[in-house]
Design a protein around this ligand. Sequence first.
Ligand SMILES: Nc1ncnc2c1ncn2[C@@H]1O[C@H](COP(=O)(O)OP(=O)(O)OP(=O)(O)O)[C@@H](O)[C@H]1O
Ligand SMILES: [Mg+2]
Length: 315
Amino acid sequence: MDTDGDGHVDQEEYRTYRTGPSPPKDNNQITFAEDNASIAVELDSPTMSRTMSSGRESFELTMLEKKTFTIDFEFDSLSLTLKSDETKQVLSGVTGSIKSGRVTAIMGPSGAGKTTFLSTLSGKAYYGITEGNVKINGSIAQISDYKQVVGFVPQEDTMHRTMTVKENLDFYAQLRLPSSYTAEQRDQLVNETIHVLGIWDVHDIQVGDAETRGISGGQRKRVNIGMELVADPTVLFLDEPTSGLDSTSSFEVLEALKKVAGLGINIIVVLHQPQFRIFKMFDEVLLLGRSGRAARQCTSGRPWRRVCAGRGWAL
Ligand SMILES: Nc1ncnc2c1ncn2[C@@H]1O[C@H](COP(=O)(O)OP(=O)(O)OP(=O)(O)O)[C@@H](O)[C@H]1O
Ligand SMILES: [Mg+2]
């Protein structure tokens, strides 16, 4: 234990004896600790060596890289009026900001306009007239200019039920990735995505449906997310990825999203009634009022309670 031979065992020597050498201290390192699994993402060097261990296996992430290009949104008085009925405004005066590498939760009552907000911000609300300013990385811009790097995970599962998890992700990777990716790089990206989402155990199992038993509902949600992840997005919008799941599966989905955000990806997620342990995982919360009329934003993490309370919001 007394590794430096100075006659006494100091705190560091004792810790090393108990747990092995400590990793180099690095402000940029993000570590997610799970029960007996962890992912460490070292963000300091341009080459970014990253390893992931799940207790059973250890492998290096080479394709799922820390993003060098990230997207931050700022929106001011964002509104949407239906083209079919110009008297109907389904989103009204939403102001806030959404930053890369963070998980932003969009919450509010049913019919508040959460899905409408996602569609508007992701440039998919073709059925309406958008008003207000959207800034991307500080400049007024259209999200449609960034289509290639935006992923949208709809509420419904859209995968092929007769294919395995990996076959589904392979299929979407082939469909969506630029042709500059070699077959080996694509395969590596798909494998890494499966690991990050925590579904390697079922990678070769058929998704299945109501008649043919396959993977679980929570695993299916994560495959749904994976189908967008293999396209290598910079921003990921998700509409209720945990609806219909039990609390443990919901937590696993959020845990996976948190890891993805650690790569610098901007995660914007609509959620209903999250458990408190899930709520605590959000970095930002954007609250929509009825008819999308009011929006309030607060920063999560330790100070979120004070910030919300200071603004008079009861949470
Ligand atoms: N294309 C449309 N045509 C007519 N009404 C629309 C359209 N899109 C949205 N709305 C209306 O806008 C309101 C908000 O809808 P939205 O789907 O965004 O709510 P939500 O907050 O996602 O609700 P939920 O939590 O139930 O999914 C609803 O009253 C809806 O009827
Ligand atoms: Mg909705």
